[in-house]
Design a protein around this ligand. Structure first.
Ligand code: G3H
Ligand code: 13P
Ligand code: ZN
Length: 326
C-alpha cells in the first residue's frame, strides 16, 4: 500500500528552497545509511536549528532495507519533535537513475527525489526527467534534475571525467521538464579525491562563471551542488595517523562553499565528510583500545564527532543554522 510522506511528517523542498535562495544560505543534504548517521544528523540539525534533507542513495536503500529506512525517517521526525524543535525534514532520493526507482520511493514516503539523467543524451534526459516530474507532482513530491556530469562515482555510475553544465541548456531543460531544482556541474566531484594538487597548493577554484551564467538564465531558480565535501584536513590527518591511507585526499574549500551558499545554490550535498569523520574516530578507538569490542564504544564516539561536524558545517559553511523556521 502506498504511503504519503505527509503522513510521515515530512516536507517537500519547495518552501525551504525559496527561503534559502532569498536568504543566501544552503540547506544541508546529509547522506545516511545507518542509525548512528541518522541520529547525528537529527541531533546536529536540531541543536543548530537547521532545516535538513535526509538523503538516501539507491545503495543506501539496498544496504539498510527500504522499509526499515522509511520507519527510520518517521522516527527521525518524531525524535526532532521530542527534542522540542519543529525542524522541517525532507526525505530525498539521491541520484535516482530510473523512473521505477523514483516512483517506488514516492510510493514509500519520500518527499523529494532526484532523477539523474545527466549521463544520457540531452533529449533522453529531458524525457525521463519530465516523466518523473509528472508522477511526483501528482503526489506533491519535488524533483531535482541534473545537467552536466560530475567526475567520480555517482552511485553505481562511474565517470572518469566531468562535463561542466552548459548554461545555454538550463532554461530549456527547466521549462520542458518542470523540475523544481537543478544540480549542476561546476568542478566538484564525488568522493575524497576531488583534485590532484601538489603539497601546499590550493585546489583549483570552482567555475563560478558557469554558476553566474546559469543564474542569469533562470533567475532565482534553486541550484544544487553535489560533491561538496571539504575532505576536512583534520580527519585526513587522523585517519592516516591511526593506520589509514588517504594521503592524496582533497576536497572543496570551505571558502568556495560559503560563496556558493550565498548564491542560488540552496542545497549542498555532503556524504564523504561524514564518512571520514566517523572513520577517523573509529580508527582512533581501535588503535588506542585494542581490547574494545562493544560497538557502542566506537560507534558512539563516531556519532558524537559527526554531530560536531554537522553543527560546524551548518553554522560556518552553509549558513543554515537558525533558519529552521518555515
Ligand atoms: O553521490 C554519491 C553519494 O555519496 C552516495 O554514495 O552510492 O556509496 O551510497 P553511495
Ligand atoms: P561528497 O562525496 O563530496 O560528499 O558528495 C556527496 C554527494 O554529492 C551526494 O549526492
Ligand atoms: Zn551526488
Amino acid at each position: 500500500m502506498a504511503v504519503s510522506y505527509k503522513d510521515l511528517g515530512l516536507v517537500n523542498t519547495k518552501e525551504g528552497f525559496q527561503k534559502a535562495v532569498k536568504g543566501g544560505y544552503a540547506i544541508p543534504a546529509y547522506n545516511f545509511n545507518n542509525m548512528e548517521q541518522l541520529q547525528a544528523i537529527i541531533i546536529g540539525c536540531a541543536e543548530s536549528k537547521s532545516p535538513v534533507i535526509l538523503q538516501v542513495s539507491s545503495g543506501a536503500r539496498k544496504y539498510a532495507n527500504q522499509t526499515l529506512l522509511r520507519f527510520m525517517a518517521m522516527g527521525a521526525v518524531q525524535m526532532m519533535k521530542d527534542m522540542g524543535g519543529s525542524i522541517p525534514v525532507t526525505l530525498h532520493l539521491d541520484h535516482g537513475d530510473s523512473y521505477d526507482l523514483c516512483k517506488s520511493c514516492i510510493d514509500t514516503g519520500f518527499s523529494s527525489v532526484m532523477i539523474d539523467g545527466s549521463h544520457l543524451p540531452y533529449e533522453e534526459n529531458v524525457a525521463l526527467s519530465k516523466k518523473v516530474v509528472e508522477y511526483a507532482h501528482a503526489h506533491d513530491v519535488t524533483v531535482e534534475g541534473e545537467l552536466g556530469v560530475l567526475a567520480g562515482i555517482e552511485d553505481e555510475v562511474s565517470h572518469e571525467v566531468s562535463h561542466y553544465t552548459k548554461p545555454e541548456e538550463v532554461e530549456d531543460f527547466v521549462k520542458k521538464t518542470g523540475v523544481d531544482s537543478l544540480a549542476i556541474s561546476i568542478g566538484t566531484s564525488h568522493g575524497a579525491y576531488k583534485f590532484k594538487v601538489k603539497p601546499g597548493e590550493e585546489p583549483p577554484p570552482l567555475r563560478f562563471d558557469i554558476l553566474e551564467e546559469v543564474e542569469k538564465r533562470i533567475p532565482g531558480f534553486p541550484i544544487v551542488l553535489h560533491g561538496a565535501s571539504s575532505v576536512m584536513p583534520q580527519y585526513v590527518e587522523m585517519i592516516n595517523k591511526y593506520g589509514g591511507k588517504m594521503d592524496d585526499a582533497v576536497g572543496v574549500s570551505e571558502k568556495q562553499l560559503r560563496k556558493a551558499a550565498t548564491s542560488a545554490v540552496c542545497k549542498i550535498n555532503i556524504d564523504t565528510d561524514g564518512r571520514m569523520a566517523m572513520t577517523a574516530v573509529i580508527r582512533k578507538v581501535f588503535a588506542e583500545s585494542p581490547k574494545e569490542f562493544d560497538p557502542r564504544k566506537y560507534l558512539g564516539p563516531a556519532r558524537d564527532e559527526l554531530i560536531k561536524m554537522i553543527k560546524y558545517k551548518n553554522e560556518n559553511v552553509l549558513g543554515s543554522a537558525g533558519k529552521a523556521t518555515y
